[in-house]
Design a protein around this ligand. Structure first.
Ligand code: TEU
Length: 528
């Protein structure tokens, strides 16, 4: 719908296919379900859809354990359906972004099965990180690396060797100094660009390359042996030449605390964009938010890359819950996760945060259900599937609470998620209150807020990857202007705030008080 630079200020909707819509009635979402709801996404007004992995997979880690990139998992559908989906989305002006997981594959991937069968010393094992163990009998893991998901990073196979996995044992890490590994991923990129995808998300993008000696690591002592290795830049430069052939774009999942190191990935010959997760750890506080915004924009400015804004994704506690409580700990007495939540407050803040992020320079990621204001759900212990929960010995709730199947129709079985089997994760009793059909015509619903805001954003001007300037404001209030006279004001204090008397485009929550002031925890867009 727009130019080659569409991605610089796009709104990108994240679909977690297993939980979006169930077209075949087996209790799990699928491509048929997505295709049936493409018009919903068009009406919402998003520019692109990012699909978390839909490839053949045992789904041990929700598809981030890929067994074959050239096959769609039968639980989701077929390659032909994916191709249809991509072209139907294009007809509606929606671009498709797929997810590539280069750090590891599934233990069911042909390469790993071959490596197990071929045994120690075989060329098949060189595509992974197999090593003899330490200790007299080789009974100790080859190094001390901690797992990204708790538990160890090494698993021993029956012939005595160990293999490396930064995530679960079902996700063996690939050896990125092996030419097959590089060639295969370049082919996979071409495979999906050939099928018309507009972009690729790169999972765990700063982890793939490892120090060749796999040395022990003490936190903070010496260079890190696998985070942010220099070879990565060479890998992404070769990927970029492929993307450029197709006009495709990258968004990297680059979790790095160091802003300067992060920005190195965002270059005209490397990644176009990377997720900015700074808001996920930023409290609802005007000074902290302002500093986070300034830091984020300062990180991106020198490399001329647009910032991205993320309030939620499939790995973190849902936005309205995060803004409505202090901590997310596990309560052993009630076997429930999280402290009591003030959902009304969390929702109000999430509404204001939506207008804030949508008014900032750059692109915005919107995670399915965020536009409905879904809270984090409590998942009964015996229904949790996320390996993160099990790897932590049960101390971490895991990430299923943000992955519950969507409610589409309040009065339909399973809230319209599917008409057959029970959804793979249970929907809470209150889920129907959030259903799309309840929210669609309701003036005060979260869905209406998002639809209206996205419509205004599309019409512009001012919602772009251009400049922003802070305006003078009272303590606890954020106010900034954008090109074309757009002004955004966010009141984070506990009493009303002065609002300039420009034309009002939208309020996150109403009404204004008798003196025309903006209520607490509310945002407004104005036009001068
Ligand atoms: O996440 C990578 C990652 O860094 C995670 O460890 C993240 O810190 C954690 O999920 C936060 O709660 C990606 C995917 O987004 C995630 O779903 C996968 O499980 C992971 O990679 C492994 O592929």
């Amino acid at each position: 719908s727009r130019t080659d630079d569409w991605w610089r200020d796009a709104v990108i909707y994240q679909v977690y296919p297993r939980s979006f819509a169930d077209g075949d009635g087996d209790g799990a979402g699928d491509l048929a379900g997505v295709r049936a709801h493409l018009s919903y996404l068009a009406e919402l007004g998003v520019d692109a859809v990012w699909f978390t992995p839909w490839y053949q997979s045992p789904l041990v880690d929700g598809g981030y354990d890929v067994a074959d990139y050239r096959t769609i998992d039968p639980a989701f559908g077929t390659l032909e359906e994916a191709e249809k989906l991509i072209s139907e989305a294009a007809d509606l002006g929606i671009r498709v972004i797929v997810d590539i997981v280069p750090n590891h594959v599934s233990d069911q991937h042909a390469w790993f099965r071959a490596a197990l069968a071929a045994g120690p010393g075989s060329p098949e094992r060189e595509r992974f990180h197999f090593r003899p163990g330490r200790g007299e009998q080789g009974e100790l893991p080859p190094n001390n690396w901690p797992s990204e998901f708790a538990g160890g990073t090494w698993t021993r196979v029956p012939d005595g060797e160990w293999y490396l996995h930064l995530f679960t044992p079902e996700q063996p890490d690939l050896n990125w100094s092996h030419p097959d590994v590089r060639r295969e991923h370049e082919d996979v990129l071409r495979f999906w660009f050939e099928r018309g995808v507009a972009g690729v998300r790169i999972d765990s993008a700063a982890l793939l390359a490892k120090h060749p000696d796999l040395p022990d690591y003490e936190e903070g002592v010496g260079p890190h042996p696998y985070v942010d290795q220099d070879e990565l830049h060479d890998i992404y430069r070769s990927w970029r030449t492929i993307a450029d052939e197709y006009g495709g774009v990258f968004v990297g999942e680059v979790w790095l605390p160091d802003a300067e190191r992060f920005a190195r990935y965002l270059r005209p010959d490397e990644l176009h964009t990377a997720f900015n997760f700074n808001f996920l750890s930023c409290p609802w506080d005007a000074d902290r938010l302002r500093r986070t915004i300034d830091d984020t924009l300062a990180e991106h400015a020198p490399v001329h890359a647009p910032a991205t804004w993320v309030l939620c994704n499939h790995d973190v506690t849902r936005t309205v819950t995060r803004y409505g409580r202090e901590d997310t700990g596990f309560d052993f007495a009630t076997k429930r996760f999280g402290t009591p939540v003030d959902l009304a407050l969390g929702t109000r803040r999430a509404r204001a945060a939506a207008l804030l992020t949508l008014a900032l320079p750059g692109s915005v990621y919107l995670y399915q259900g965020e536009e409905l204001g879904l809270p984090e759900a409590d998942i009964p212990l015996d229904r949790i599937e996320d390996p993160m929960h099990f790897r932590s010995g049960g101390t971490d709730p895991g990430r299923d609470g943000c992955r519950v199947p969507l409610p589409w129709v309040a009065d339909a079985p399973h809230c319209g998620f599917g008409s057959g089997a029970e959804p793979w994760l249970p929907q809470p009793a209150y889920w129907a209150d959030y259903a799309v059909d309840r929210q669609a015509g309701a003036p005060d619903s979260m869905l209406t807020l998002y639809r209206t805001a996205l419509e205004i954003r599309r019409a512009g001007p001012g919602f772009c990857d251009g400049p922003m300037s802070w305006l003078p404001a009272e303590d606890g209030v954020l106010a900034f202007s954008r090109p074309g006279g757009l002004v955004c004001v966010v009141n984070l204090r506990d009493r009303p705030a002065e609002l300039p008397s420009y034309d009002r485009l939208i309020l996150s929550s109403g009404p204004l008080d008798g003196q025309g002031r903006l209520p607490s925890d509310t945002a407004a867009w104005l036009r001068t």
